[in-house]
Design a protein around this ligand. Structure first.
Ligand SMILES: NC(=O)c1ccc[n+]([C@@H]2O[C@H](COP(=O)([O-])OP(=O)(O)OC[C@H]3O[C@@H](n4cnc5c(N)ncnc54)[C@H](OP(=O)(O)O)[C@@H]3O)[C@@H](O)[C@H]2O)c1
Length: 333
């Protein structure tokens, strides 16, 4: 009889996440009852924000817990169903978690369009694409010719933020953790400048790259990069606080940067946090526009694929160390 392979959170990380925080188990296949379907996972995304969930710093994720299947958004196929709206064979987006099969309530399923590459739902048409879209356009509020900077710029959210800012006519600076990523941002994605934050001269390089200051900073990282950006913000600038990836993979996050609130007051800077779910009513409009940009070639999508459920823990540890380019997707066999 077929078994369900699952990756369980064996223990919560103390300090940095390690592969040993996870354990592979096999259990019996669950059976769908009324209002539920059984979904076979095709692939799932590994995203930085789930590390905040393991740390207890993501309010929407609740308290972190060991002994449960690791959570993730995934795509899958309905393999058992008595529900007319989701018959066997339907391709769906849902919270699959790191496992071969999951039972899902039908209200937690989104039917995917069959004329669109399903893996786009794990990046640009899913949570990370919507985060880039709303965080930049509604919170950062860029105007044509503004200088926009984004951190974790070669990651899933970041590489889309920079390109959307280019679509809006902005001058775009990406900040990331190595020179190869910098080259990709400029040569493949059309960023104007890219800076390596691990370079010993990062602060001076940032100063040199921003002779006209920064109008918008899309902050995926917090920490030293936020601290540096604050001192380059123009009067009336906007900082969209999206995430704090520099502080997730530790049990002792740093305090916030210098200059708050003094710099915010003197330069009338707006610093605003957001959660993508705040914009749920506008998702349909955003996904149509994102799809148009992909089809026109204005938005290029980078994905980084890993094969097999067993590879997921290593792929997550490696992502937190900067090993990914674009959206990291684990494909199940
Ligand atoms: N507000 C919301 O609703 C919302 C929704 C989704 C995601 N998010 C946030 O968006 C951010 C990006 O998530 P993602 O899924 O797209 O991840 P990602 O950018 O694809 O991956 C994380 C990247 O963070 C960088 N990084 C790791 N440690 C760092 C450090 N100490 N300092 C600077 N950069 C570091 C690494 O790239 P380098 O090589 O550049 O170091 C790594 O590739 C996260 O903060 C996440 O929490 C927010």
């Amino acid at each position: 009889m077929e078994k369900n392979k699952q990756v369980i959170i064996d223990s919560l990380p103390e300090g940095k996440l390690v592969e040993g925080n996870y354990r592979l188990v096999e259990s019996s296949l669950p059976q769908a009852s009324s209002g539920e379907v059984l979904v076979k996972t095709i692939s799932f995304a590994i995203t930085a924000g789930t590390r905040a969930g393991l740390q207890g710093s993501a309010s929407y994720a609740g308290a972190p817990k060991a002994g449960i299947v690791m959570n993730s958004t995934g795509i899958g196929e309905v393999v058992e169903s008595a529900e007319e709206s989701f018959p066997v064979g339907s391709k769906v987006l849902t919270q699959t978690g790191w496992q071969d099969y999951s039972l899902q309530k039908i209200e937690s399923l989104t039917l995917m369009r069959d004329d669109v590459d399903p893996e786009l739902y794990l990046g640009p048409l899913g949570i990370n694409g919507l985060t880039a879209y709303f965080g930049l356009l509604e919170v950062g509020d860029p105007k044509s010719k503004d200088t926009v900077m984004v951190s974790a710029a070669a990651g899933s959210v970041g590489h889309m933020v920079g390109q959307i800012a280019k679509i809006k006519g902005c001058h775009v600076i990406g900040v990331c953790g190595n020179d190869d990523k910098c080259n990709i941002l400029i040569e493949e994605l059309g960023f104007d400048t890219a800076l390596n934050y691990k370079d010993a001269n990062f602060r001076q390089n940032l100063k040199d790259a921003t002779p006209n200051g920064l109008d918008v900073y899309f902050d995926n990282t917090g920490g030293m990069i936020l601290g540096s950006a604050l001192f380059r913000m123009n009067t009336g600038g906007r900082i969209a606080c999206c995430g704090v990836v520099s502080q997730y993979d530790t049990s002792s996050p740093e305090p916030g940067p210098r200059g708050i609130p003094g710099l915010l007051i003197n330069n009338r800077i707006k610093m605003e946090g957001f959660l993508v779910f705040d914009f749920a009513e506008k998702y349909d409009h955003a996904t149509s526009e994102i799809l148009e940009w992909i089809e026109s070639g204005d938005l290029k999508i980078l994905t980084d694929k890993v094969e097999g459920l067993e590879a997921a823990p290593r792929a997550f540890v490696d992502l937190l160390a900067g090993g990914n380019i674009g959206t990291r997707i684990v494909r199940l066999s």
